[in-house]
Design a binder for this molecule. Structure first.
Ligand code: AMP
Length: 393
């Protein structure tokens, strides 16, 4: 099937073709006609499935009218959990909307708000924002919702995990009742469905079937290792398996800096991004990593939400995340849009509970590999697959 069958206009088709997309992904085939028809939508689709284009393309088409924008008004609002995702989604708007006259903007906290206020003065067609900064701006009357036509909650499950529910509700309360609402989430948990019911009316629900065609091709494996040997093992894997690129997830920001220096001592150039670094240096490091100038990026989970890197071949869980959904999100960074990828976890004895939760969530054990010289003193037992973590809500 080609994009031209979906009812999209020529300028959009041209931009999509230039990006090299030859056919729509499954979520795009299903969601684009629904959104173009003006319906509300709830979609279970994780990162890597092409979900961003599935809502941006029809929204761009809807907003491509002669209407004159009033000052401080926005026509479409896309809420994202992190600034990285906001930046990424807005970059996609610019790409897909290359041949349209659409004003877009990414708005997020942690940076001076003055330039953002200035940008809002003339009005914005598509605003991609994180909830906290958006509310700030609203309270300061830097923007008004009275002309809003479309709301998108992107990565809704993640926004809930990050505790944004109150902020989201405050925003929703202030939106015009007459609007189109779209919600995207990797998983449709009870909490997400509850949120969907508050924002949507009579929504069409799309859940990607778990057929093989939709599954990113991600090879998952793990190595059990004693905690104090993790950095040595990682260096060994990088040189022994001739890896040239990896996004390495780590839990704590001080540990990220330490790992970078341990890798550098072994001649492996790496950089860290975490919430303690300035936005400017995070962006610089990300750009270098995306351009392939930097091979190894060590990142805390929160800093990496929304990072969209084409052809990322590998993610490493230096630590296992506490939430099994985070594992799914992390490995979703690789194997995107049909490409193959690899997700490798370094698992020590104290990661065992997290491993049980993750393998229970996956419904299968992750293959284990062993490397000479890294035999463990503290064994990591085989998981019980019906494990339910205590902290689960
Ligand atoms: P997303 O799931 O929105 O994070 O998108 C994952 C990646 O797939 C992004 O890098 C997109 O640029 C890319 N992508 C989206 N749609 C297509 C398509 N139809 N064909 C090829 N790549 C795509």
């Amino acid at each position: 099937m080609s994009f031209s069958k979906l009812g999209l206009s020529d300028p959009i088709l041209k931009a999509v073709a230039e990006l090299g997309y030859s056919s729509p992904t499954s979520i795009q085939k299903q969601a684009i006609p629904v959104i173009l028809a003006g319906r509300d939508l709830v979609a279970a689709a994780q990162t890597g499935t092409g979900k961003t284009a599935s809502f941006l393309l029809p929204i761009l088409q809807r907003l491509d009218t002669e209407r004159k924008l009033r000052g401080k008004r926005i026509r479409a609002l896309i809420l994202t959990p992190t600034r990285e995702l906001a930046i990424q989604v807005e970059a996609n708007v610019a790409g897909y909307g290359k041949y349209l006259n659409i004003r877009s903007m990414a708005m997020y906290g942690g940076v001076d708000s003055e330039p953002q206020k200035q940008q809002l003065l003339a009005g914005v067609d598509i605003l991609v924002a994180t909830p906290g900064r958006l509310l700030d701006m609203l309270y300061q009357r830097a923007l008004y919702f009275d002309e809003l036509e479309v709301l998108v909650l992107d990565e809704a499950d993640r926004m809930l995990d990050m505790g944004f529910i109150d902020d989201i509700n405050k925003v929703i309360d202030r939106l015009p009742a007459e609007r189109q609402s779209l919600l995207f989430s990797a998983t449709l948990t009870d909490d997400v469905r509850f949120l969907a019911d508050t924002v949507n009316e009579d929504a069409v629900e799309i859940a990607l079937s778990s057929g093989a065609a939709n599954k990113p091709k991600i090879e998952q494996w793990l190595v059990t290792v004693d905690k104090d040997k993790k950095s040595a093992l990682l260096s060994h894997l990088i040189s022994h398996l001739k890896w040239d690129q990896a996004l390495i997830f780590i839990e704590k920001k001080h540990a990220a800096a330490k790992l970078v220096s341990q890798l550098e001592k072994r001649g492996i150039k790496a950089e860290a991004i975490h919430s303690g670094r300035s936005q400017a240096s995070r962006e610089r490091v990300l750009t270098e990593f995306k351009a392939g100038e930097l091979g190894f990026l060590v990142a805390t989970g929160i800093a990496t939400r929304g990072i969209d890197i084409d052809n990322l071949s590998r993610v490493i869980n230096y630590d296992l995340p506490y939430q099994s959904d985070d594992y799914i999100h992390r490995i979703g960074r690789t194997g995107r849009a049909g490409a193959s990828g690899e997700a490798v976890s370094l698992v020590s004895n104290d990661d065992f509970k997290n491993l049980c939760a993750i393998e229970s969530r996956l419904g299968h054990l992750i293959a284990r590999k062993e490397f000479e010289g890294f035999e463990v003193k503290k064994i990591v037992p085989v998981s019980i697959l019906n494990y339910v973590p205590k902290n689960r809500r």
